[in-house]
Design a binder for this molecule. Structure first.
Ligand code: KG4
Ligand code: ZN
Length: 356
């Protein structure tokens, strides 16, 4: 992408309203307004509440992003927007806003697949060369993708039920720990014994790179209930040990499936991770060790770029625009939009919306 090309990006597919201004690979601003407090009482994202909040916040986020970047709308060369997959009310809010801006300014409009935004992030953060392998692990996604170009993705495997972040969040809920569950479970796991309780390693007996996490939560529930029946409650050390056993099972499954995905990926320049669960240090260090043992660069972009943001949408928009130009004002919002059109649809629907 031309280093002077300036793109405004919009993201509203889940529970973060975001706007960013990018010039080449330089992030001039990246504003993220999260909706955690709005959904806290419901134990998950409520689509209607999310859509309304996006509609209210998008223009403020755009104004703030332009101001922080020191740019005016007239200085923008193109407008990129998440056009799916995600919660349809939120995606529609973003697409309508982007169309309005494109119509008013006469600038090109680029519809971006949210997952492409995540998948191209290691190019924004580290300039990683094509082709590469990426693992997306968050509260709504879990898939291995081989990335050969801005619109060329091959899915090597994905979860057949829950996303790992969802499993961390449910585990925390079952143990009475605060949300989001990932950081709480990681904290307790650090003081626990991962060998005390037995957790399954789902799908390791099956060929390929698909993953499954819903059985881990059932295993946790069974062991928790057995302890309560036995001793009338949970001791702090029980909670720590259950967290450690659960986290070790997630780590082992993800590492083994990553090993297989790497074996199936010829000529890649590196292995990258993105998504909130990539913040887990046990998982990160195990994946780093796996890559070191195979002499493959391991790339973990900064967390602010791994979780939902609009800089990744602006960046992906720039690459897509350079390859195939923009979209017209007929651009549709798509609740489902698989990156790899040849792969069968992934099963399940994550806590944070439909999976591609
Ligand atoms: O990518 P993200 O911010 O949002 C979407 O899902 O789109 O990911 C959020 C998820 C939550 O489920 C959270 O519990 C999980 O990432 N997470 C973690 C950690 N930090 C966040 N999971 C495990 N370990 C962590 N340290
Ligand atoms: Zn996401």
């Amino acid at each position: 992408m031309d280093g002077h090309f300036t793109i405004l990006g919009l993201e509203s597919s889940c529970d973060d309203t975001a706007a960013a201004v990018l010039r080449g690979r330089r992030i001039l601003s990246s504003v993220v307004a999260d909706q955690t407090a709005l959904h806290a009482a419901y134990g998950g994202v409520v689509p209607e509440i999310a859509a309304r909040a996006h509609a209210e916040k998008l223009d403020h986020c755009v104004e703030q992003a332009l101001e922080e970047a020191g740019t005016a709308l007239g200085d923008i060369d193109a407008i990129a927007v998440t056009a799916g997959p995600g919660l349809i009310g939120g995606v529609l809010s973003g697409v309508m806003m982007a169309k309005g801006l494109a119509a008013a300014t006469g600038k090109p409009l680029i519809g971006v697949n949210h997952l492409a935004g995540h998948a191209l992030t290691p190019r924004l953060s580290d300039g990683l060369a094509y082709p590469y392998l990426i693992l997306l692990v968050s509260g709504g996604h879990c898939q291995f993708l081989r990335v050969d170009g801005p619109t060329e993705f091959t899915r090597l495997g994905s979860t057949i039920d829950d996303a790992p972040g969802e499993a961390f969040d449910k585990t925390a809920r079952l143990l009475g720990l605060p949300q989001p569950g990932g950081p709480s479970v990681e904290h307790h796991a650090a003081q626990g014994d991962e060998t005390r309780f037995t957790f399954p390693r789902p799908l390791l007996d099956r060929d390929g790179c698909d993953l499954s996490f819903s059985g881990l939560k059932t295993a946790l529930l069974r062991q928790r209930d057995a302890l309560i029946a036995d001793q009338g409650g949970l001791h702090p050390q029980d909670v720590n040990d259950l967290c450690a056993g659960f986290q070790a099972a997630v780590r082992d499954v993800v590492v083994e499936k990553s090993r297989r995905a790497l074996s199936a990926s010829d000529g890649i320049s590196g292995f990258a991770v993105a998504g909130g669960v990539a913040a887990n240090s046990a998982l990160r260090s195990a994946l780093k060790a796996l890559c070191a043992s195979r002499d493959i660069p391991f790339i973990a972009p900064p967390l602010a770029l791994c979780t939902d943001n609009a800089a990744m949408i602006a960046y992906a928009g720039g690459e897509i625009f350079a390859e195939r130009g923009g979209d017209d004002l007929g651009l549709s919002a798509r609740p489902r939009w698989p990156l790899d059109k040849r792969a069968p649809a992934a099963l399940g629907s994550g806590r944070k919306g439909a999976k591609a």
